[in-house]
Write a protein that binds this ligand. Structure first.
Ligand SMILES: [Zn+2]
Ligand SMILES: [Zn+2]
Length: 582
């Protein structure tokens, strides 16, 4: 009965395309699926259940071409953009890590000297912050397996919880709870839910023959975490340290997060108190699984179906507790992902190297190919970068050029996507800074698999070539946090400070990393599939308009009029007027 009512309630109960003015939602639920590329949803739609992802696709507005406009498609950056409506130049989160120029020490995006973890580094207010500022009784909560996936969405006025892989419990920081955690969190943790997952086996959820990737379970490029093999099934160990470490590499991590979130909804009475509350949930397991096994793996496919079930459980609970007609539900992702570079032989200019030929090759031949890819030789237009190696090599060349003592490090290192100049070394030099920037840039451009390098002074002066790629780098650049040279890899090149731990990577400005789903559903929002180009930075301004609150401070996104209840008529007229002009 409940299930039958769902579509009716979410669509506002009206057949007419023109909806009446909607009530203010009681609960905003903003869901982030870490590393969910846009094509995954339409590709697997028919195989999802009816009450999870497919439900949101069919009963909300399904924006099919949402792309990040920044070049740095990392977790922290994407989460910050989703909740501020800003690009990194505005929200200041230029990467997961960067270098503090005054102390020459590494900064983690959610570091806080006082509280260990907080959103202190976020330079914009979030949509949740603005909600609390306009309605002090509103509550904003955020939860994720990753600390950055919870803290950045929560902003400065929300409260964040994340998974602690040392203890298998959910934790927070004194920035949110100066004294102690709420008693319900303590009780939930004491129940030892993570420990209860010891020995649980991850096998295929459905009939094996229904999987697109059934034949692809065992591929050389996969890099499972120690303790897991390349093929199904994957059993969680009993030993606690290994269990807590491996949990996010299985769909059971997201199930555990959901369990925590359902308790949160009940204990904090979210959406049940006469004011608008907000809940941000970031599901991280798709990212861990995608990195380890690759996005086209059997593991990634099975995880998607299990995540779909987890989401349907969330929606059913929201229906019971709050009523879906009282919720505004948004779903998106922090970035996409590329295939593992070793699979890119399919795109080789060598036309003989098609899939069949690849499979038919001897193990020796295949290993030679993989070694080439691994060593960064661009034999097949893909490869892995070894940043530590190139920093060492460029430093060696600079020492030679300027007759510096062996072992001198003019370059301090690489914090994706920046190379940083060693300021201590530079302070003792008479060399002109612009000249150094130019010489180093020329060296960095010689690295195979680097598409282009932009020097800091050119970015500051706007003296950069006009192109969409450059514009994406400019939006990702922050004067005091970004480095002195910003690097962009060639398409399909794996660029990460750790080159070999993972199978697949994201972080580039290319469409496989930038294009993500955006689904917005709620009372009064008429279902639609929209193909015009939008950006995830448009989400926060859209929520602000629906709630009638201020925009987050650094927000530059546009309001998605298709998702504003009661605006369908305005939109129809605008489209008609446009049509007549042609
Ligand atoms: Zn991510
Ligand atoms: Zn990732």
């Amino acid at each position: 009965m409940l299930i039958l009512l769902l579509p009716f309630l979410l669509a506002g109960g009206e057949e007419s395309p023109v909806q009446g003015p909607a009530r203010r939602p009681k609960l905003v639920v903003q869901i982030t699926i870490d590393q969910l590329r846009a094509d995954f949803l339409p590709r697997f739609k028919e195989r999802f259940g009816t009450h999870g992802l497919r439900y949101l696709m069919e009963h909300g507005v399904d924006f099919r071409d949402a792309r990040y406009a920044h070049a740095t498609t990392f977790t922290a950056v994407g989460h910050a953009t989703l909740f501020t409506g800003a690009h990194p130049e505005g929200h200041g989160i230029v990467g997961n890590y960067w270098l503090d120029r005054t102390t020459n020490t590494q900064v983690y995006c959610v570091d806080d000297a006082l509280h260990a973890r907080s959103a202190r580094n976020l330079l914009s207010s979030t949509i949740g912050d603005e909600l609390v500022l306009s309605s002090p009784k509103s509550k904003v909560f955020s939860a994720s397996f990753k600390d950055r996936g919870a803290i950045l969405p929560g902003g400065k006025r929300g409260k964040a919880f994340w998974y602690d892989r040392d203890t298998g419990s959910f934790r927070s920081s004194t920035a949110y709870y100066p004294e102690h955690l709420p008693s319900w969190v303590v009780a939930w943790n004491e129940a030892g839910r993570a420990v209860g997952l010891a020995g649980r086996e991850w096998g295929l959820l459905r009939n094996p023959f229904s999987y697109a990737a059934l034949e692809r379970d065992d591929r050389q490029g996969e890099r499972p975490p120690p303790g897991f093999e390349r093929t199904f099934p994957h059993a969680l160990p009993s030993e606690k340290a290994d269990l807590f470490r491996l949990l996010p590499f299985t769909p059971f991590g997201d199930e555990l997060l959901l369990d925590f979130v359902l308790e949160l909804i009940d204990q904090e009475k979210l959406g049940q108190r006469g004011v608008t509350d907000m809940l941000a949930i970031s599901f991280s397991c798709s990212d861990y699984i995608g990195h380890a096994f690759g996005p086209n793996s059997l593991e990634a496919e099975d995880n998607l179906f299990r995540l779909d079930e987890t989401l349907s459980q969330l929606l059913l609970t929201l229906q019971e507790r709050v009523g879906l007609e009282n919720c505004l539900i948004v779903l998106s992702s922090d970035h996409g992902v590329d295939s593992i570079p070793e699979e890119r032989h399919l795109l080789s200019c060598d036309s003989k190297l098609n899939d069949e030929a690849w499979v038919a090759r001897s193990t020796n031949e295949r290993e030679t190919f993989l070694k080439h890819v691994d060593s960064g030789v661009a034999c097949c237009e893909a490869g892995r970068h070894y940043p530590d190696d190139w920093i060492t090599e460029v430093n060696r060349k600079l020492c030679k050029r300027w007759n510096l003592e062996d072992g001198t490090r003019p370059l301090l290192g690489f914090w994706n996507p920046s190379v940083y100049l060693n300021e201590n070394w530079f302070a003792e030099q008479t060399l002109e800074r612009n000249l150094i920037e130019k010489i180093v840039a020329a060296e960095l451009r010689r690295i195979p698999g680097i598409a282009f390098v932009l020097e800091k002074h050119r970015l500051q002066q706007g003296a950069t070539p006009r192109s969409e790629w450059v514009a994406m780098v400019e939006r990702s650049f922050h004067d005091s946090r970004s480095g002195d040279w910003i690097l962009v890899q060639e398409p399909f090149w794996f660029l990460n400070p750790v080159p070999n731990k993972y199978a697949a990577m994201h972080g580039s400005p290319y469409s496989y990393d930038t294009q993500v789903p955006v689904l917005i559903a709620g009372a009064g929002i008429a279902p639609a599939v929209v193909h015009r180009r939008i950006g995830p930075e448009d989400i926060a301004p859209t929520i602000a308009v629906i709630l009638g609150i201020q925009l987050p401070s650094a927000s530059v996104g546009h309001v998605l009029i298709e998702a504003v209840p009661g605006e369908e008529e305005v939109r129809r007229r605008a489209l008609e007027a446009n049509w007549r002009k042609r």
